[in-house]
Design a protein around this ligand. Structure first.
Ligand SMILES: [Zn+2]
Length: 75
């Protein structure tokens, strides 16, 4: 069995973090537009076109993704 190289893993994780962080709209901005974001999804549109930074954030932030799921579940 080969042990995973922690150095490589750490570097890749950091790189992934830096890459996503670059475009990440953040919690504040995401919550500002989350209502409209959910409405657009429900209307069959792709809100990621309008708010790519929010789409990125929803992929990396569990609480915001949960909020969006809650809005979609209420509709
Ligand atoms: Zn968030």
């Amino acid at each position: 069995m080969t042990k995973p190289d922690p150095t490589t893993d750490g570097r890749q994780a950091l790189l992934a973090f830096l890459t996503t962080h670059d475009d990440d709209a953040g919690c504040g901005r995401t919550r500002e537009v989350l209502d409209v974001y959910a409405e657009e999804i429900l209307a069959g549109l792709d809100p990621a076109d309008r708010w790519p930074g929010v789409a990125v954030h929803l992929r990396v932030c569990g609480p915001c993704a949960d909020d969006l799921a809650g809005l979609l579940a209420l509709a």
